[in-house]
Design a protein around this ligand. Structure first.
Ligand code: SF4
Length: 682
């Protein structure tokens, strides 16, 4: 790695789930730049985060480079042997006293498939627990559960290129694509320029709404009613695909009977929209030949998130827009490898490859593969682990590359949970807000210092290649897990990430044809990929659904759990901004990005601001039943009167002090998108 020549290392962007291919420019073991590469998902495009914020954090001076042990409330540097021995003895003692189910692990959706596979294997084998989860729990777990139930597979059905090129209409629901998945946003804008009609359903006037044929600005939390209304109109007008419904689906009559009640007038009242817009949206979508649904967290992060996702597949099945090019149900996954973390079994319900813990024979299969007895009980989700820690049922927690003190809703309850643990290990790149609570902090390594794979939102498994040597004493993450597992009595070792993928292929049928040699092709491989001859699956559910017949669900609309009232009169929604990525642990270490977006803000409508005497840029206090924060007003017409919006990137003025931790009953995903708040000038 010591060379004065600049070399290029092709890898995958470490930010959002688009999976852009990027060439890192490396000189003297330092990354000095990033250039777009011609990947299948990005076609020579990169956004501001990929271009400028994908590498500066790697060489940041405040990277963790040695293990730390907290003694008398202070972190002290420790050797790897000291730290690993302490971890094994403390987790081992808790397991011996309270059982494996007193331990839990949160894995890292930013890290590789190989790291995630080994992490969940360590938790299930050495720790004896199935309480293992990843951040999909708080973003797209509703997709995993909802699409798995209705279609048989909880993943994007088509490819990014397929849904943004040569399509007639794009139905975009609850996705601020320009800011959350900027390169896909650019491709949608390009499609519109080439004649595609865009229908945006979103409570905010997002960038893509300006490019849309129609913007339906429905109130946050009303998706299920809105989709039922669209289906009512489609059935009434004879626009449904009767042949597709008869041949490929079940449950249609129950769904039809339910949506008969969702007249345009009734739905318009619930969603606070014009019924004519609903009719126009239904016609634009149903009558188009090629028309994909693209959605994101505006659909999933609700107390009815899974039902919202099932509504997406209901709608697509009704018009026969599944299993063919230019169509499908297409969730945009948030983090670079959140699809992969789910695929690799970082879930309390599933072993790798969505092989269900409670399905006959699955536990036995993994007991044979991993040569040990396994816990046969479904585990707790991350959103259940935290309340269980407050109750004292969870005693020890291993957090790999997650920062729940910033990202989880109602932070006061996260603080209580972490403070109540007997033992907390955090494995990280930086001393994060969550790491401050740890008993032991371990320094992991970044994407640019390791080999492996990420799986992007379109199920495309792509290579991550080492560009520079790890800093200081930081160690490769999967090797740390192997050390911990071995010291806890389950010997584990892998010579390379490639050999981990070989093991994955041997236990996950949908990855059976995946190996590093094949992945050297820049296009990657899209799962399912069941054999060495299988080219992968760009479009799912062709001919038949993964579950056989597609399942219609009859889903009545239920309002959000906390709505505005006299004490808290504004409806708060949350989301991402273009410049920063999640907790900013990576993006805030790029100076230019930080200057462009230095602090949190709250979008509020001019009418409300005038009523309160608040001007654009003024400091305001925002409070809910859970807490109070101070931030800056961004006044305009981005949101409707009585609605407000905040991003979740900033620890100062962190919106998650006031969001609601109430969850959906099926996926146990929190309702980030709707809660009630009050605002006053400071
Ligand atoms: Fe990276 Fe996403 Fe931007 Fe692509 S769109 S460069 S993956 S942050």
């Amino acid at each position: 790695f010591r060379t004065w020549e600049t070399t290029k290392v092709r890898t995958t962007c470490p930010h959002c789930g688009t999976g852009c291919q990027v060439d890192l420019l490396v000189k003297n073991n330092t990354i000095v730049g990033a250039e777009p590469a011609n990947g299948a998902a990005n076609r020579n495009l990169l956004c501001v985060k990929g271009k400028f914020a994908s590498y500066k954090f790697v060489a940041s001076g405040d990277r963790l480079d040695t293990p730390l042990i907290k003694r008398n409330g202070q972190f002290e540097k420790a050797t790897w042997d000291e730290a690993l021995s302490l971890i094994a003895s403390r987790f081992g003692a808790l397991k011996a006293t309270y059982g494996g189910s007193s331990l839990a692990g949160f894995s890292c959706s930013r890290s590789t498939n190989e790291d995630n596979y080994v992490f969940q294997k360590m938790m299930r084998t050495a720790f004896g627990t199935n309480h293992v989860d990843n951040c999909a729990r708080v973003c797209h777990s509703a997709t995993v559960h909802g699409l798995a139930q209705t279609l048989g597979s909880g993943a994007m059905t088509n490819t990014i290129a397929d849904i943004t090129q040569d399509v007639d209409t794009i139905l975009l629901i609850g996705s601020n694509t320009t800011e959350a998945h900027p390169v896909i946003g650019s491709q949608i804008r390009q499609a519109v320029q080439n004649g595609t009609k865009l229908v945006v359903i979103d409570p905010r006037k997002i960038d893509l709404a300006r490019h849309a044929e129609l913007h339906v600005q429905a109130k946050a939390g009303t998706n299920v009613a809105l989709i039922n209304g669209l289906m009512h109109i489609i059935i009434e007008n004879g626009w449904a695909d009767d042949a597709f419904i008869a041949k490929r689906t079940e449950g249609f009559e129950e769904m039809k009977a339910l949506v008969a009640d969702y007249t345009p007038e009734k739905v318009a009242k619930i969603c606070e929209i014009d019924p004519a817009d609903l009719i126009k949206a239904a016609e634009l979508y149903a009558k188009a030949d090629k028309a994909p649904i693209i959605y994101c967290l505006g659909v999933t992060e609700h107390s009815t998130g899974t039902e919202g996702v099932m509504s997406m597949s209901n709608l697509a099945m009704l018009v026969g827009k599944l299993g063919r090019p230019g169509c499908g149900v297409n969730p945009l996954r948030g983090q670079n490898n959140v699809q992969g973390a789910c695929d690799m079994g970082c879930s309390p319900f599933d072993f790798p490859g969505y092989q269900k813990i409670n399905q006959p024979g699955v536990v036995e299969k993994f007991e044979r593969a991993w040569a040990t007895d396994l816990n046969p009980n479904v585990g707790l989700t991350s959103t259940q682990v935290l309340p269980a820690a407050i109750k004292g049922d969870i005693k020890g927690l291993y957090i790999f590359g997650e920062d729940p003190i910033v990202t989880d809703p109602d932070i006061s309850h996260v603080r209580k949970a972490l403070e109540n643990l007997d033992f907390l290990v955090v494995q990280e790149l930086f001393m994060t807000e969550t790491a401050e609570y740890a008993d032991v902090v371990l320094p992991g390594i970044s994407f640019a210092e390791k080999d492996g794979t990420f799986t992007n939102t379109e199920r495309r498994i792509q290579r991550v290649r080492q560009a520079v040597q790890p800093r200081g004493g930081a160690r490769e993450d999967y090797r740390i897990f192997c050390e911990v597992a071995t010291r806890m009595g389950y010997p584990m070792a892998y010579p390379s990430a490639s050999q981990i993928m070989d093991e994955i292929a041997s236990v996950v049928p949908t990855f059976a044809g995946v190996n590093f040699k094949r992945l050297e092709a820049i296009e990657g491989l899209q799962w399912p990929c069941r054999s060495q001859d299988d080219p992968g699956t760009p479009i799912m559910h062709v001919g038949e659904f993964s579950r056989g017949k597609g399942l219609f669900m009859a889903i009545p609309y239920k309002p959000a759990k906390e709505l505005p009232d006299d004490a808290y009169p504004y409806l708060l929604s949350t989301g991402r901004m273009l410049y920063h990525y999640n907790t900013r642990a990576m993006t805030k270490r790029t100076a230019g990005i930080n200057q462009l977006a230095p602090h949190s803000y709250i979008e509020m409508n001019t009418q409300n601001a005038n009523e309160m005497g608040i001007k654009d840029g003024d400091k305001v206090r925002v409070y809910s039943r859970r807490g109070t924060i101070e931030t800056y007003a961004a006044v305009g017409d981005q949101v409707l009167p009585d609605a407000v919006f905040m991003t979740f990137h900033f620890p100062d003025g962190n919106v998650n002090e006031i969001t609601n931790s109430v969850c959906d009953d099926i996926a146990i995903i929190p309702e980030y998108k709707v809660c009630a708040v009050a605002i006053e000038p400071v």
